[in-house]
Design a binder for this molecule. Structure first.
Ligand code: BYC
Length: 325
């Protein structure tokens, strides 16, 4: 797969023989599946790649709270409200573990936030879509957390120790999130026709954006080849997307819902589903800031940043005072 990625993107990765001694020793450790820790020597590119990915991941967790928190006050029962509240709080926790993991690489949380607000750091495309009905809470848990687990389980085994360890707890919590989403969908499809229609409508709107979460097709994935070599990535974007489709189609069938893809068909020879073309123009439009909710999400983060200024200043003042003692 790694050789295939190098070929498809044209991004060359150095051989061991072409490396300087430090880099060769580093790569040899990675090849031997030994974790890299924050204080170990690492190539600048490895550090930059991890800061980019972990900070984007952290931003996704934090921005990801926004579409769901929109429904906390409107949850249909006290129990559903408590569950949704716990889920949204978990996402905040995930963001914090991930910011801490990124900080071990020498970037501060303030810098990461400034990069997000300046549009230099991304967050997952999925969170630029609106949550229009209660069924969206089901679809997000089932599909979005489902896709997140598919992508994140391999990260528990990635080469950078602080990232790998943060992912262990995150993956456990994401499993609970996926189950709660599926449970909401089960309840809705067992209800009135209007409730089942609401579940189908949510699936129609979230299916394709969920497939986009895995990133561009392998042929256009600029970072994959090097991330494979550094054992930051273990599966390609298309591989994980396929796994997600194969896992989710039977779940939709169990719910009695229809995947909104006329080209979806079981392929006996390859032992998995063929699926229709993803609208990559839409994906790249969302990435460049033109999704339905990009502006709203960034405004919310900007407001939180501005509102928290007094608290950050207080913390710094206290630290400065202690340093003088
Ligand atoms: N959205 O070369 P590629 C969650 C960017 S779930 C936005 O394939 P890479 C949660 C990519 O950053 C979501 N941008 O990149 C769930 C790169 O642009 P830059 C968070 C995307 O890094 C439920 C460019 O496209 N999960 O947290 O090898 C509730 C080319 O892509 C997306 C993670 O972040 C996208 N969908 O692979 C709450 C998991 N896809 O950086 C929260 C960790 C691609 O050069 N991240 N791009 O400007 C990863 O596994 C990888 O970074 C990706 C992309 C698979 C996402």
């Amino acid at each position: 797969m790694y050789a295939q990625m190098v070929k498809s993107t044209g991004n060359q990765v150095k051989n061991l023989e072409e490396m300087e001694p430090d880099e060769r020793a580093f790569q040899t450790r990675i090849n031997a599946d030994i974790k890299i820790e924050a204080k170990d020597w690492m190539p600048d590119g490895y550090r930059r790649t991890l800061i980019r990915q972990i900070s984007q991941h952290a931003h996704s967790e934090i921005v990801g709270q926004l579409p769901e928190s929109n429904w906390i006050k409107r949850a249909p029962t006290l129990e559903r409200k408590a569950i949704l509240l716990a889920k949204v709080q978990d996402e905040a926790g995930h963001g914090l573990y991930l910011y801490c993991a990124a900080e071990t690489l020498g970037i501060s949380r303030d810098e990461m936030t400034e990069q997000l607000l300046a549009g230099k750091a991304k967050y997952s495309s999925i969170f630029n879509y609106p949550t229009l009905s209660w069924a969206d809470m089901g679809a997000i848990g089932w599909l979005v957390d489902g896709a997140a687990i598919m992508n994140q389980v391999p990260l528990q085994y990635c080469s950078f120790g602080p990232y790998a360890r943060a992912m262990v707890r995150i993956c456990k919590e994401e499993s609970f999130h996926q189950r709660q989403g599926f449970d909401i969908m089960m309840k809705l499809v067992g209800g009135t026709k209007a409730q089942k229609d609401m579940a189908q409508d949510a699936l129609n709107r979230w299916w394709w954006p969920a497939l986009m979460m895995f990133g561009p097709p392998d042929a256009s994935s600029v970072h994959s080849a090097q991330s494979f070599a550094w054992n930051i990535k273990q599966n390609s974007n298309d591989e994980l997307r396929q796994k997600f489709v194969d896992q989710t189609v039977p779940q939709a069938q169990h719910l009695g819902l229809e995947i909104p893809d006329a080209d979806l068909v079981w392929n006996e020879d390859k032992g998995s589903y063929d699926y229709g073309a993803v609208d990559w123009d839409e994906f790249f439009a969302v990435l460049s800031g033109n999704g339905p909710c990009n502006a709203e999400r960034l405004q919310a983060r900007q407001k939180a940043w501005d509102d928290g200024a007094w608290f950050r200043e207080g913390l710094t003042a206290n630290a400065q005072k202690r340093a003088k003692l």
